[in-house]
Design a binder for this molecule. Structure first.
Ligand code: NDP
Ligand code: 2IT
Length: 448
């Protein structure tokens, strides 16, 4: 025991020494390392062959200049990235994020999470992530198009349907994927499934848009069932108002829950009558406007500046769906004080490590991101399957498959909790179940 704890500690110290500024990446490494000790003990060969040292070192990182011309004719320069983290179980797979905060630390954290998430999905996909510090907010469609074309003019040489298949994430949705796909096809001449989240007329999958949010609720249903809670009429707090949040709200409402909040990076909306989702879609998907517009139409609803206040709203179930570290220890205390019973993560690592520890100490059921939000990438992998066989499945077929995958992820996660003596700790279960699959594949493929 001490031996493997010391090994994990040494690996973490190595990561901290090598990249002292990469705090988000260090946090992910810490979160994973502190929960996989039982797996390391069961597999002493991992230590001998420096498997952890290899696991936390990206196979490849590409970083590049992205010059583009804005509507005023002025040249702008952004930085582009693709982190190809691990290809042990399949081609690199993971989203692209366009947000001013994007840097190597954030992308390495996301790519590492993606390895384990993709392993949990049961589908043959490795882990990757990419993006740019480009901010799509306030840009015209033409500016976004010119940026995407320039971004792909470098990225195309590093990706391919059997090499690396990017998709959307924050700031990258159907519009951006369309522009990126057009440019890839123009440069390479290939009509192949090199990106997922494509439009339905050019190889996209039905239900990909809904997949992360719907999948989150399918996973949450498993947690609720085992906790003896019926979702009907329960109060749900959701943060975010983007792709994940919108379809989480939609499915929660279909299941009979009352969702009372949503938010963007400026503030949050509280609607005691339940969120009017058609209006949120119109504001965010159609008009790309700010969420505060919501209260113009609904007089009983309140808008509050600052997105953190959303966690002060009393609820039974909290679904953070915006971004990393949005739910900290203070927020966790507030949620627990107000009686929250279940927290499931739609965003990637929205809860800080001390917030998670607080939930666990107070017996709040906690569904970790890498398990709970795996529905998006799972349907991306189904899009890849449909592209390979040149067929399109129906919405119902894809949605049923998604539900099976989410139920299966929950089963694998709880089984790992049992096997390795971490009953009730779904974060540890998800880490161990995902890690052991990737580690075994790495072991079998030799020292690469
Ligand atoms: P979108 O760009 O569609 O929406 C992001 C939402 O989060 C917006 O409401 C945005 O507000 C808000 N947000 C972004 N950055 C911040 C910030 N720094 N502080 C507060 N709010 C912020 O992205 P997605 O819905 O696709 O992604 C949301 C989360 O889900 C991310 O963590 C992503 O990694 C994760 N995820 C996404 C998947 C997908 O398939 N899209 C799959 C699995 C996980 P604003 O408009 O003001 O920027
Ligand atoms: O975080 C994620 O899983 C995603 N952004 C989706 C990635 C994908 O390849 O669909």
């Amino acid at each position: 025991m001490a031996d493997m704890k010391a090994y994990a500690k040494k690996v973490l110290a190595g990561i901290e020494a090598k990249d002292p500024d990469q705090k988000e990446f260090q946090n992910t490494a810490k979160e994973i390392l502190q929960s996989i000790i039982p797996v390391l003990e069961a597999h002493p060969e991992y230590k001998e062959e420096k498997l952890l040292e290899r696991f936390f070192e990206p196979e490849r990182v590409v970083m590049f200049r992205v010059p583009w011309v804005d509507d005023k004719g002025e040249l702008q320069v952004n930085r582009g990235f693709r982190v190809q983290m691990n290809s042990a179980i399949g081609p690199y797979k993971g989203g692209l994020r366009f947000h001013p905060s994007v840097n190597l630390s954030i992308l390495k954290f996301l790519a590492t999470e993606q390895i384990l998430k993709n392993a949990l999905s049961g589908l043959p996909i490795g882990g990757g992530k990419g993006g740019s510090d480009f901010d799509p907010k306030g840009k015209s469609d033409n500016e976004v198009m010119r940026f995407c074309q320039s971004f792909m003019t470098e990225l195309y040489r590093h990706i391919g349907a059997d090499i690396d298949v990017p998709a959307g994430d924050i700031g990258v949705g159907g519009r951006e994927i369309g522009y990126l796909y057009g440019q890839y096809k123009r440069i390479t001449g290939l009509y192949e499934g090199v990106l997922t989240g494509k439009g339905l007329t050019f190889g996209g999958s039905l239900a990909r848009t809904e997949a992360t949010g719907y999948g989150l609720l399918y996973f949450t249903s498993n947690v609720l069932r085992d906790a003896g809670i019926d979702i009907k009429d329960k109060t749900v707090v959701v943060s975010g108002a983007g792709n994940v949040a919108i379809y989480a709200i939609e499915k929660a409402q279909q299941m009979g829950a009352k969702v009372v909040t949503c938010s963007d990076s400026s503030g949050y909306v509280y609607d005691p009558d339940g969120i009017d989702l058609a209006l949120v879609k119109d504001i965010k998907e159609v008009r790309r406007a700010r969420i505060k517009e919501y209260v113009k139409k609904h007089k009983k609803a309140e808008y509050h500046e600052g997105c953190k206040g959303v966690w002060n709203v009393p609820c039974d179930i909290a679904l953070p769906c915006a971004t990393q570290n949005e739910l900290d220890l203070d927020a966790a205390k507030e949620l627990v004080k107000n009686g929250v019973k279940v927290v499931c993560e739609g965003a990637n690592m929205p809860s800080t490590l001390d917030a998670i520890a607080y939930f666990q100490k107070h017996k709040v059921k906690f569904g970790p991101a890498k398990a709970a939000n795996a529905g998006g990438v799972s349907v991306s992998a189904l899009e890849m399957s449909q592209n390979s066989e040149r067929l399109s499945w129906t919405f119902e077929e894809v949605d049923n498959y998604l539900k099976r995958i989410m139920d299966d992820i929950y089963k694998k996660t709880t089984a790992a909790c049992e096997e390795y003596g971490a009953k009730g700790d779904l974060l540890a279960g998800a880490n161990m179940a995902g890690f052991v699959k990737v580690a075994n594949a790495m072991h079998a493929q030799g020292w690469v």
